[in-house]
Design a protein around this ligand. Structure first.
Ligand code: MD3
Ligand code: FE
Length: 200
């Protein structure tokens, strides 16, 4: 059954092994068209997570800041969001609107993501759907304001989270990956796919 952690709805093991393998194949094809890159923060620090996107726009970050752009940094359009990924949105998002972007995050054994809010989308009322594949990740959920108490939980391969309503504006991050905890990805690591409505 789904778990509700302060408005963050987690569906543990929603995706079976075959569905996870199919997603990994589709993401591999996507990454061939739009290679993973390491974004830089506004302060010029390379992030440890490697990223790319699919959809009509994709998330980029550099010294000019965080934003959605219609092209990969290499100057090519982002590939389409795979049908396999859109089908998961349709199953869990609960809204009559399709996402226009899918962010692909790849974590190697040492990657992490600091606490942040997702607020680069034009309308913050649309939910975000997150799909975890590969190694387990220690996910931390905070508050709408910075600081305060936090709750941690492990996200495992095949888990799907829906961040909507009360959960949408909470600070959150990935403290660490449990390297070697999954054999889904050859070479190890973790993939996280986040589907969003970025445009107006
Ligand atoms: C809670 N990614 O890409 S996904 C991100 O596992 C991001 O790669 C993490 O945070 C990852 O922005 C966490 C789960 C998630 C995504 C969006 C959220 C949790 C969220 C938005 C609001 C609250
Ligand atoms: Fe986020």
């Amino acid at each position: 059954p789904p778990r509700d952690i302060r408005g963050v709805i987690v569906h543990p093991g929603l995706l079976d092994r075959a569905a996870q393998e199919a997603l990994v194949r589709d993401v591999r094809t996507l990454v061939e068209a739009a290679p993973l890159f390491r974004p830089e923060t506004r302060r010029g620090q390379k992030m440890s997570v490697r990223m790319t996107s699919a959809g009509s726009v994709g998330w980029v970050s550099d010294r000019r800041g965080y934003r959605y752009e219609p092209q990969h940094p290499a100057g090519v359009p982002w590939p389409a969001i795979p049908r396999s990924v859109l089908a998961i949105w349709d199953e869990v998002a609960g809204v009559d609107r399709q996402p226009d972007t899918c962010l692909v995050n790849f974590y190697d054994a040492d990657a992490k993501m600091g606490m942040h809010q997702d607020r680069d989308e034009a309308d913050l009322r649309w939910p975000v759907v997150s799909i975890s594949l590969g190694d387990e990740a220690l996910f931390r959920i905070g508050n709408e304001e910075r600081g305060g108490r936090t709750q941690s939980l492990w996200l495992r391969s095949g888990d799907v989270a829906v961040l909507g309503g009360e959960g949408r504006m909470l600070h959150h991050g990935i403290d660490r990956i449990r390297a070697g905890s999954s054999d889904l990805l050859a070479g190890g690591g973790r993939l996280n796919l986040t589907l969003r409505v970025a445009g107006a």
